[in-house]
Design a protein around this ligand. Sequence first.
Ligand SMILES: Nc1ncnc2c1ncn2[C@@H]1O[C@H](COP(=O)(O)OP(=O)(O)O)[C@@H](O)[C@H]1O
Ligand SMILES: [Mg+2]
Length: 270
Amino acid sequence: MTAAVRCQGIVQIYKTRDLEVVALRDVDLAVEEGETVALLGPSGAGKSTLLCLMAGLLRPSAGRLWLHGTEVSRLPQAALDRLRAAEIGVVLQNPARNLIPYATPAQNVAFAQRGRRADRRRIAELLERVGLAGVRRPAGGLSGGEQQRLAVAVALANRPRLLLADEPTSQLDAASGRAVIALPRATAAEHGTTVVAVTHDEAVSRALGRTVTIRDGRVGAEGRRGEELVVVGREGALQLPPEYHHLLPPGSRVRVEPLEDGVALRRAEP
Ligand SMILES: Nc1ncnc2c1ncn2[C@@H]1O[C@H](COP(=O)(O)OP(=O)(O)O)[C@@H](O)[C@H]1O
Ligand SMILES: [Mg+2]
């Protein structure tokens, strides 16, 4: 089966006037079609950067990225734009950036169906499911939470194969957060949509099938069904889970002892 997303050795460097920031270093990750993934990790870890790369909004500085088998890191811009319009729904971190401020919620969803005839039933159903049925104020006048809910409806307007969302519930209370995340989940279940969502919200990450934790620009850990596993990176690099940092603080010298099914790490006396 072709993965929905495959990242191989992805590096992302932002160059500003007088310094370079390495936001991602050697990210290897595959997301299978129909999977629902929560991207976790501390602020500044590189989560938004990874999501923008998957959305085709950024080109990686190095490494290769495939979406549904097409290598997008090498695709000409026009072909990338077509692929994005046809296959990807994106909810950016700042909800207002996803919306046309002077258009109503229904017009925003209709506009996102560009290239197709507006599907009135679909528009009404999406707005109903995010609790905005009958709201006719322009998007610019909606609250942050309402804008966030509308942004999810807009991202799903075209029935994308891949939904990418950056903290889609950050401005919602727990109940509307659950309602908003229920929509992509239902879409995933009904249409096999792949969902990748950056989130700090435990209820959201529990609702998704798999967690991927980004730390310091790398995939540090992965979880499924509540079990969190550390991922061995290139050259054998490991990120200790934060709860063990006091046992092996940074700078510790460690003896690596082979076991039958792995290794043990023991602090050597200085
Ligand atoms: N446009 C940019 N220019 C320069 N540095 C950036 C830019 N965007 C993000 N960064 C830096 O890249 C790193 C990762 O950022 P980001 O992907 O936004 O992390 P997260 O979403 O996990 O908080 C951070 O150090 C951040 O300051
Ligand atoms: Mg971010």
